[in-house]
Design a protein around this ligand. Structure first.
Ligand code: ATP
Length: 580
């Protein structure tokens, strides 16, 4: 008996798998779109670019600022026990010794002796695991299609048998023979399909075992910082140089990711300064300044948005892995022993921040760190389902009292907090070095996530004509331009009226004025940068001060009083919609 329910599920699954195959294409289109519409440009492009460095264009800068504003408001403005700072990029070099970055902030690197190319050993292995996973998915898709072929064959055979029994009495011997032959043929092809399916199942099982083995070997090697083991995994699994194709590898070595430069005129060792690889240390070394000047009481947080620099061994996937990027970090100082509770609270709060933008929960997942950083006693990543797989966007780390203790040790300055609150024994908690929960999100990864989530190639074809549009369905609060104002034509005083409207509204909203091309074309340009409203000023506006407002998502238009525009736009782009 055919199981229709599971058939439908299978078909949905097959469809999802087929769709996932074309996501590469979508990603390429998003990158091209980001450039074409002034969101992201390769840095120094007229000099052929600078690897893993990007510039944000006119719309990109607006979108980025809006993401920053959303984060800052949610973290600082909405929490009276969190304040924001802006510390310098250059800091005393001892800070990086104390934090462990000079000795420990490195990636395992391996060189190919033939191509002379350098790779991250962990990424080579991760790519191999990804490749096996992709092979598994493709094979699984083929197996599912085969499964449905078998079910189809079964149905046809059964129908033919039923028919043959009904027709037995009606048809002559020759016809009956033919029918019998047909059934035999169907049986044979069904057998063949089943045999093929068995082979697929075996291959699937093999691939799964292979992938699990490499993954557990890899986790073990990473956890123990075992460079020899990493090399062994690469050799045993015949991982080849993605460029040169050979397997002539050096040993795996550690490579420090910090950029260094010289401060002052005399170039000796004492003058070496680093470009910060994270913004967090600027918070730790200011912890006491902020606590004292702001009379902050534990628990409290310090937030900061700023540039960070990492000399990534290999930078890929557009703005996912850059050498200069931006972080939005918050260090939350808590009483020792309460860190586990705060950790789970911040994990949830941060996920909620992402979901408030309307993103499907299924696009996110938590990933627990196998190998904890030297400072952490717990760490989870919030990962997003990018077109190239799940990737970290944000880290939630329980950093213990490691950083403050180290800075106390290296600076010789007391960084303790006096907690006057009474404990269960009726005595004040007294002096201690606070524990820290960190939330650290990459602004550029959040930017890419937002673009990918919003990007849609919408088919608008009707029976009469083919049509389509590219629309960025950005949350209105994040949209670079809130509304575009168009005069219907360039004459009859319409541009002047449109400009007048624009002057009235531009103190509150980022607007764009456009008078070139037909209205339809102007709509498409605004859809492509995610502008939620287009407002058209026409001859009727001059008579009754009404305009046409067109909504990006529904493409519906309505006539409204020009005096109501401030409220209509304001309601839609209000931060209240996100921060409720
Ligand atoms: P990954 O494992 O991807 O290298 P990480 O664990 O080193 O990231 P963290 O040190 O936890 O990253 O930094 C916090 C956030 O900063 C990350 O979640 C990510 O969004 C962002 N980030 C880190 N490195 C880069 C980079 N090279 N380019 C862009 N963003 C980055």
């Amino acid at each position: 008996m055919r199981n229709w329910k599971s058939d439908i599920q299978n078909q949905k699954y097959i469809f999802a798998l087929i769709m996932s195959k074309s996501t590469d294409e979508v990603f390429k289109n998003v990158i091209a779109h980001a450039k074409e519409y002034g969101f992201v440009f390769p840095s120094s492009e007229i000099y052929d670019g600078l690897s893993a460095v990007y510039d944000y264009g006119q719309n990109g800068a607006e979108l980025k600022n809006n993401i920053k504003a959303y984060w800052w408001k949610a973290m600082v403005q909405m929490n009276d026990n969190i304040v924001g700072i802006d510390s310098a990029i250059f800091m005393h070099p001892k800070i990086w010794k104390a934090s462990g970055h000079v000795d420990g902030f490195s990636d395992p690197m391996i060189d190919n002796k033939d191509s002379k190319k350098r790779y991250r050993a962990d990424q080579l292995i991760e790519n191999q695991i990804q490749e096996l996973t992709d092979q598994y998915k493709t094979l699984q898709l083929d197996a599912l299609i085969l499964e449905s072929d078998i079910q189809n064959a079964e149905v046809i055979r059964q129908t033919t048998i039923d028919m043959s029994q009904e027709q037995k009495l009606l048809i002559d011997a020759v016809e009956f023979d033919n029918l019998e032959k047909k059934i035999l043929e169907l049986l044979k092809s069904e057998e063949l399909l089943k045999e093929k399916k068995k082979q697929y199942d075996l291959k699937l099982q093999f691939l799964k075992e292979e992938t699990d083995k490499i993954q557990s070997d890899f986790d073990f090697a990473m956890k123990g910082d075992d460079l020899n083991r990493l090399k062994r995994i690469i050799i045993e699994n015949k991982i080849a140089d993605p460029v040169g194709g050979t397997r002539n590898w050096t040993d795996v070595r550690q490579f420090n990711l910090m950029f260094s430069t010289q401060m002052g005129a005399v170039a000796d060792d004492a003058d070496v300064v680093y470009l910060r690889p994270e913004t967090a240390q600027g918070i730790f070394v200011n912890y006491l300044n902020v606590q004292k000047s702001g009379r902050m009481k534990i628990p409290f947080g310090i937030a900061q948005i700023g540039k960070a620099f990492r000399n990534e061994v290999i930078a890929r996937q557009f703005i996912i892995r850059m050498r200069e990027f931006e972080q939005m970090e918050m260090q939350f100082f808590v009483r020792p022993g309460t860190q586990a509770d705060w950790f789970s609270k911040w994990k949830q709060t941060r996920l909620d921040w992402h979901l408030a933008l309307g993103t499907d929960l299924n696009k996110y997942r938590f990933h627990e760190h196998v190998k904890l950083a030297h400072y952490a006693d717990a760490a989870f990543d919030i990962e997003f389902d990018f077109p190239f797989g799940f990737k970290e966007v944000e880290g939630i780390h329980s950093r213990t009292d490691f950083d403050l203790s180290q800075h106390q040790k290296f600076s010789g300055k007391k960084l303790q907090y006096f907690d006057p609150e009474l404990g269960e024994d009726g005595k004040p908690y007294g002096n201690y070095i606070p524990y820290v929960i960190e939330t650290s999100i990459g602004l550029d990864r959040m930017f890419l996530l937002t673009m990918i989530n919003a990007y849609e190639e919408e088919d608008l074809s009707t029976e009469e004509k083919q049509d389509s549009r590219i629309v960025l369905r950005l949350h209105p609060c994040l949209a670079p331009v809130k509304a575009a104002i168009f005069p219907l034509t360039k004459k009859d005083g319409l541009p002047e009226k449109a400009r007048e409207l624009m002057d009235h509204l531009k103190t509150d909203f980022n607007l764009q004025y456009e008078e070139k091309d037909a209205i339809g074309k102007r709509y498409r340009r605004q859809d492509a940068i995610g502008t939620p409203f287009c407002i058209t000023v026409d001859h009727q506006t001059l008579e009754d001060n009404t305009v046409t407002i067109r909504y990006r998502d529904t493409m519906q238009q309505e006539r409204v009083a020009a005096d109501d525009l401030g409220k209509i736009i304001g309601d839609m782009v209000s931060w209240k919609n996100l921060l409720k």
